[in-house]
Ligand binder design. Structure first.
Ligand code: BEZ
Length: 386
């Protein structure tokens, strides 16, 4: 009997030691982000935000040092599966963090689902990631493409616009942003009279701008981001449209882009889950720390990166750094209230932020929050079975 007790104690302490070794080892975070191309600055801001949060915790989360492995996904869906498999199979990462481009994110979600690797999406809004492709191990710290589009549809219907033309890149993010917009705008009594698009990441806008001028709609709704958004806003003004056909968009149109857009962006109104002038203690502290670390003002992408790290920290705290306790990690994160610079948010059943979508206006070098377009807006999570 005594021998059995001793054997049991020895086995238990061996298990405890193994668990301790596991939680003491560095946690490998695979950052799959664009570092080149039209979304390069977005990828950098996300990484900056993520690293800032980790640095604020002394470089460790739940006792585990954080080790980074990086892949430049170039916002190229054709190479996405190979790229994500480098992180999963070659580098054996514990966590995947990425990406910006919706098409690339869907390939990541598929690989994460198949391998069971934890994935936190710090930007890409692909509706399917927290819709038909949802999984217990997939979380998003950003938004769904539907969310800012839907909020702007409500705003523009309330403003009394009747006929609107949309213009975007022809890929998941553009299509879904326009679809969200159209759903709310047409429910509110408006009509989308023309849907214009060009292939991602094209910037030859001239012919489409001529079509807008000929159609003479009441207003235009658009989704562009990064380098493409800079060029679009400038071309729209240069074509003489800015004062004739009011331009509205999902907030990516003017986030992280204002310096390059200059006067062409002044006055534009957009909807997004972050903005300037929130003036909460959480946001002020975040902005101060970010400016100190990077000599830059943060944008929405930096916030999403910071929150991705914060979400990882929340889950890890619940399992004392032991990521093998997947069910507990997922339950804790799914139930968490995330204290974000954007304002607190929770996660929907399909793991997408339930959050306020702000109405912002470009004033000087800022996207000033001028109101809440949609309070606690939850993506419908269509097709998700969790
Ligand atoms: C997307 O592809 O989902 C996306 C890219 C840039 C900004 C926002 C969304």
């Amino acid at each position: 009997m005594r021998w059995m007790k001793l054997a049991f104690l020895l086995a238990a302490s061996a298990l405890a030691l193994a668990a301790q070794a596991q939680t003491a080892a560095p946690l490998k975070v695979g950052l799959m982000l664009p570092y080149t191309g039209t979304f390069a600055s977005l990828g950098t801001a996300i990484e900056n935000g993520f690293r800032l949060y980790v640095a604020g915790q002394g470089g460790r989360l739940s006792g585990r040092a954080i080790e980074f492995v990086k892949v430049d996904d170039e916002s190229d869906p054709a190479r996405a599966t190979d790229n994500v498999n480098k992180l999963i199979k070659r580098d054996n990462v514990d966590v995947l963090v990425g990406t910006v481009h919706s098409g690339v994110a869907m390939a990541m979600a598929k690989a994460a689902k198949e391998s069971g690797t934890l994935l936190i999406v710090p930007n890409a809004g692909a509706d399917a990631v927290t819709g038909a492709m949802c999984a217990p191990n997939i979380f998003r710290s950003s938004f769904s493409n539907w969310q800012p589009g839907y909020a702007m549809g409500e705003v523009m219907a309330k403003k009394g616009y009747k006929q609107v033309v949309t213009i975007t890149w022809k890929y998941a993010a553009g299509d879904e942003s326009v679809r969200g917009f159209k759903e709310a705008f047409e429910r509110g009594g408006g009509k989308v009279v023309k849907e214009l698009a060009l292939p991602f990441p094209g910037v030859e806008f001239q012919a489409l701008l001529t079509e807008i001028a000929a159609a003479r709609p009441d207003a235009v709704y658009t989704f562009f981001a990064g380098g493409g958004a800079v060029k679009f806003v400038k071309d729209y003004a240069a074509a003489g449209l800015k004062d004739k056909v009011p331009l509205y968009g999902a907030g990516f149109l003017t986030d992280g882009t204002l310096e390059a857009q200059g006067a062409a962006a002044q006055g534009l109104m957009t909807t997004l889950h972050y903005g300037d002038g929130l003036d909460t203690p959480r946001d002020q502290a975040f902005r101060l720390a970010y400016a100190k670390a990077y000599k830059l003002q943060p944008d929405v992408y930096a916030v999403q990166g910071w929150d991705a790290a914060q979400m990882l920290a929340v889950g890890l705290a619940a399992v004392k750094g032991d990521l093998s306790r997947k069910a507990q990690f997922e339950a804790a994160l799914g139930a968490a209230r995330i204290d974000s610079p954007r304002g607190p948010f929770t996660l929907s059943k399909s793991h997408n932020p339930v959050q306020d979508i702000y109405l912002r206006q470009v004033q000087g070098g800022q996207n000033r929050v001028v109101g809440v377009a949609s309070k606690s807006l939850a993506d419908p999570g269509r097709g998700c079975r969790l």
